[in-house]
Design a protein around this ligand. Structure first.
Ligand SMILES: NC(=O)c1ccc[n+]([C@@H]2O[C@H](COP(=O)([O-])OP(=O)(O)OC[C@H]3O[C@@H](n4cnc5c(N)ncnc54)[C@H](O)[C@@H]3O)[C@@H](O)[C@H]2O)c1
Length: 252
């Protein structure tokens, strides 16, 4: 293969992508990567910041509260209408709430599960229907190190991300033979708003950093290569897997 055709394998040119959580952090970086790769991208997030970020990065904005089941159920149709179809879904939006397990309020449990797991399922099912009909599509879920570990004071988050990992495999088992790839990325400890309680925390940060072989927090841009791989033909025979982008954390 000539260099240009091998890079074509990683192309998302002309593909239509919905990225939830695309207004900030990892989702924004993944949306940028898809735009930079030539895809037409819609970013979906809760606050009206999604409008200005969409303008900045050259995407379409879809404001949505994914904790609201009716709004979640309508989102894929809105994306299909805005983009003229759907080839790629990145399920990035996520919420984090911290309390000791014995004090964890039920409403916080419900919120975290609604955003991190129910919405992932609702969007994957709706996108899957579109993708099965056209016999191709890429669903990329954002899992977590807490899909593997239990964490501390984050029982709802750990339960939801464990669910995302299993859901990824379950959907891949049914849809792989129909040309729909379902995979997940496991980001390591990334410096975003979600981890602001940890970055610079004198008790937690030294322990975290000492365990990361790469020796630094991950950055949103570290997600770009893996999302392009999973969104493009380069990953056509990759199904139901969880790819760590974690500076080596899981191998330690
Ligand atoms: N930062 C990390 O270290 C890390 C590690 C592992 C996994 N993750 C996962 O990566 C994903 C992105 O995390 P991040 O660090 O970029 O977080 P972030 O807080 O910077 O961004 C979260 C995004 O999700 C959106 N969102 C949150 N609640 C929403 C709701 N109810 N409706 C619609 N949108 C909503 C926000 O608008 C925002 O765009 C999450 O699924 C998170 O669990 C992050």
């Amino acid at each position: 293969m000539s260099p240009s055709s091998i890079y074509d394998l990683f192309s998302v040119r002309g593909r239509r992508a919905l990225v939830t959580g695309g207004s900030a952090g990892l989702g924004r970086a993944m949306a940028e990567a898809l735009v930079e790769g030539g895809a037409r991208v819609a970013i979906a997030a809760r606050s009206d910041r999604v409008l200005s970020v969409a303008k900045e990065i050259g995407a379409v904005a879809l404001q949505v509260d994914l904790a609201d089941r009716q709004q979640a159920l309508a989102l894929v149709d809105r994306a299909v209408e805005a983009l003229g179809g759907l080839d790629i879904l990145v399920n990035d939006a996520g919420a984090q709430v911290r309390h000791p397990a014995e004090e964890f309020p039920l409403e916080d449990w419900d919120h975290v599960l609604a955003v991190n797991l129910d919405a992932v399922w609702i969007l994957a099912q709706a996108a899957g229907r579109v993708m099965l009909a056209q016999e191709h599509g890429k669903i990329i879920n954002v899992a977590s190190l807490m899909s593997v570990f239990g964490g501390i004071t984050i029982p709802a988050y750990a339960a939801s991300k464990g669910g995302v990992a299993q859901l990824t495999k379950a959907l891949a088992n049914e849809w792989a033979r129909h040309g729909v790839n379902v995979n997940a990325i496991i980001p390591g400890y990334m410096d975003t708003q979600l981890t602001e309680a940890l970055v610079g925390n004198p008790d937690r940060e030294p322990l975290i950093l000492s365990r990361i072989p790469a020796g630094r927090w991950g950055r949103p841009a570290d997600m770009k290569g893996t999302v392009l791989f999973l969104a493009s033909a380069a990953s056509d025979y990759v199904h139901g897997t969880l790819i760590p982008v974690d500076g080596g954390y899981l191998g330690r």
